[in-house]
Design a protein around this ligand. Structure first.
Ligand SMILES: Cc1ncc(COP(=O)(O)O)c(C=O)c1O
Length: 347
């Protein structure tokens, strides 16, 4: 049994780094419900600029941030076009219906992107008896498609399509940083073309808590109101904002190491005829399937050996690479998965 276990379930499992603890100790604090926390204000200004937007709002989670964005772009009865494998559709507990009274129109997105003609067809014509298409939402990087990167040209085409139809555009950029580091394209270049953007600080950047919504001043004012309505008005949140700022300023470039670990893991797995990797990793996520062996059983076996994988995606196993796992542990984890299957096959 590997000790301590190698936890590859998500990049959210990391603990704050010493630099983050120091930043917390030094953080100037105030009451953010009065917009008086200097560190929160600094983080919001910093992220707004980084994403090329007028304003930003610090919130506890990526789910809240995505939902505030949808709230700001819709009225009840509206419709949102998004991928059937998207986080918003699958893992946000039906919140769009519950919190904004809107319906979701899903399209196939097996590789992470919806086909442009499908989107075009899904946009409703203007008729009193139809729901109004209010938003097209995309995910960068695409979690369930194995951290795949949506190409800039594709995003630009979606934006053009949305603009021509008068439809709002939302970017779930929970892992936008990974896409930026992998491609060298600045976050603002991706994000500024969208009406609303959500980014996470608590994934690859390593902060313990926090996401940020970026948009126009007007929409952020509305989102601030709904953050309060939904119980997310927080007080000396600068203690958390300090970690987020530290992550953005000092732990962004190291995401490249996580991409290398994912590539190493996939390379070792691809040596086994009992494993199939539908898509080679472009960033920090590897999704894979078993061939001729029960997927959940494999996850159980390797867990007893000290390698923790995510089983959250039906029909796929997922390994996510982050700062609390080394390249050596990555190699060991991959070898453990391959050896476990080999052992079962020769049993
Ligand atoms: C693509 C995507 N969007 C949004 C979220 C939600 O983030 P949180 O867990 O902070 O609510 C996640 C979390 O894994 C995600 O992967």
């Amino acid at each position: 049994m590997i000790q301590p276990p190698i936890d590859l379930r998500s990049d959210t499992v990391t603990k704050p780094t010493p630099g983050m603890f120091e930043a917390m100790l030094r953080a100037e604090l105030g009451d953010d419900v009065y917009a008086e926390d200097p560190t929160v204000n600094q983080l919001e200004d910093y992220v707004a600029e980084l994403l090329g937007h007028e304003s930003a709002l610090f919130v506890p989670t990526g789910v809240m941030s995505n939902q505030l964005c949808l709230k700001a772009l819709t009225v009840p009865g509206n419709e949102v076009i998004l991928g059937e494998r998207s986080h918003i559709f699958n893992y946000e507990t039906g919140a769009p219906a519950l919190l904004s009274g809107i319906q979701l129109h899903t399209l196939p997105d097996e590789q992470g992107w919806m086909e442009l003609p499908d989107i075009e067809e899904a946009i409703r014509e203007d008729a009193y008896y139809l729901p109004r298409t209010a938003v097209i939402a995309v995910e960068q990087t695409h979690n369930r498609a194995g951290g795949s990167i949506l190409p800039m040209e594709y995003l630009q085409q979606i934006v053009r399509l949305g603009r021509a139809a008068g439809v709002g555009l939302h970017l779930d950029g929970a892992r936008l940083w990974n896409a930026s580091v992998a491609t060298g394209i600045a976050p603002a270049h991706y994000a500024s073309q969208f009406d609303t953007v959500s980014v996470c600080l608590s994934k690859g950047l390593g902060a313990p808590v926090g996401s940020v919504m970026a948009s126009s001043k007007e929409r952020i004012t509305l989102a601030r109101k709904f953050r309060k309505v939904w119980g997310g008005g927080w007080r000396q949140a600068g203690i958390l904002a300090a970690c987020g700022l530290f992550g953005l300023q000092h732990q962004m470039e190291r995401l490249e190491e996580d991409h290398q670990k994912a590539a190493r893991f996939a390379e070792i797995l691809s040596g086994s005829p009992m494993l199939e990797i539908p898509r080679l990793p472009e960033t920090n996520i590897v999704v894979f399937k078993t061939v001729g062996f029960d997927l959940l059983r494999l996850a159980e076996i390797v867990k007893t050996e000290g390698v923790w994988l995510s089983t959250a995606f039906k029909g796929l196993l997922r390994a996510v690479f982050h700062m609390d796992v080394t390249l050596e542990q990555t190699t060991l984890a991959a070898q453990t998965v391959v050896a476990a299957l080999h052992k079962e096959a020769t049993h």
